[in-house]
Design a binder for this molecule. Structure first.
Ligand code: OKP
Ligand code: ZN
Length: 336
């Protein structure tokens, strides 16, 4: 399967994140890139589709903020990466705020998503990687792998969180519609709920969003991902959340995936986008499912059986030692 990446994606290198009350080395690291790179046979450099496909999904003010946030942070005399620490409570009146701390809180929803010096360049090219792989899928009708990094599925129209800044999957879905696809289905198999993608398409009937993930009653992102979130307006019934308990192994996961794929088939999409996270892996350091490396091949095979043009976008996966093998196992299943 063709795999795409842009070197600039490596410019995003945040040092630390706040996890369970401690500043720890950021889990979303360059070591992930190296692990996946060595597992892929050949990597094709991404093409530049420009900023318009990004602005078709994301708020202009938010994009401008991402472009200058780190420089503003440095200008304010701050060390390291730009970190939010104060957040507006939802429902407050919109305010024109200019101090960097106020803006960080306005555009972030957690403390795991700092803006580092190279973040904008990296996430711009991250989106281009998704767009390049999409182009390949639409052109060749064969599956393609967008090696997206950092992840994107937690980012909303105007917010960052969960290591995500731009929503690569949403950008690709919107671009596919602009290029003539009538309907797109997103099937998110990362351990964490794809809250940003859900939010972006919540009131839309042309994009079906499905997420299989750890129950938000016990796991991040807590405030989204519950089974009763089914969409609204034109998108009523076009969102499906399948939360699973901690400890879920392949057998239980598989039956949820079958349900998800039945819904995909009923929707009759022109394109399937799969945000893939290897953080469902049994040994993942921040997650609690029991999927094994061989199971990823079965997972990929089941998804390929849907018989749809398929774009795979990388999301999470933090067990660096097994990450390459897990990605390879999944892609092998899709390719079978
Ligand atoms: C990004 B992706 C656990 C803290 C979790 C954020 C996790 C973001 C995951 N103590 N922090 O979906 O893999
Ligand atoms: Zn995840």
């Amino acid at each position: 399967m063709k795999a795409f990446y842009a070197e600039a994606q490596s410019r995003h290198a945040p040092a630390l994140e706040l996890q369970n009350g401690e500043m720890v080395p950021h889990a979303e690291s360059q070591a992930r890139v190296d692990a996946i790179m060595t597992a892929l046979p050949e990597i094709i450099a991404s093409k530049d589709f420009g900023i318009d496909p990004i602005l078709a999904v994301h708020d202009r003010g938010y994009v401008a903020f991402l472009q200058r946030a780190h420089a503003d942070w440095v200008a304010a005399g701050r060390p390291g990466d730009a970190f939010p620490y104060v957040f507006p409570v939802r429902g407050r009146r919109p305010l024109e705020l200019s101090r960097i701390d106020a803006e960080l809180g306005q555009y972030a929803y957690d403390c795991g998503t700092p803006v580092a010096a190279g973040t904008w360049d990296a996430v711009y090219w991250n989106a281009q990687t998704a767009l390049t792989a999409l182009d390949n899928v639409m052109d060749k009708r064969a599956p393609a792998f967008a090696f997206c990094r950092p992840p994107g599925h937690h980012a909303g129209r105007d917010y960052m969180g969960g290591y995500s800044y731009l929503n690569n999957v949403a950008i690709a879905a919107e671009q596919a519609l602009a290029k003539g696809a009538g309907k797109v289905a997103v099937l998110d198999v990362d351990y964490h709920h794809g809250n940003g993608t859900q939010d972006i398409f919540y009131d839309r009937g042309d994009v079906l969003t499905i997420s299989l993930h750890a129950d938000p009653k016990t796991d991040y992102p807590f405030y989204w991902g519950h089974a009763d979130e089914t969409g609204e307006g034109a998108g009523a019934t076009a969102n499906l959340n399948l939360p699973m308990p901690r400890g879920t192994v392949w057998e239980g996961y598989r039956s949820c995936l079958v349900k998800a794929l039945e819904r995909v088939a009923a929707f009759k999409p022109d394109l399937l986008i799969v945000p893939y996270g290897a953080d469902t892996y049994a040994e993942d350091p921040i997650s609690f499912f029991g999927i094994e490396t061989v199971d990823y091949t079965a997972m990929g095979r089941l998804i390929a059986e849907a018989g749809l043009p398929t774009l795979i976008c990388m999301e999470g996966g933090y067990a660096v030692d097994a990450l390459g093998a897990n990605v390879r196992a999944f892609l092998a299943g899709v390719d079978d």
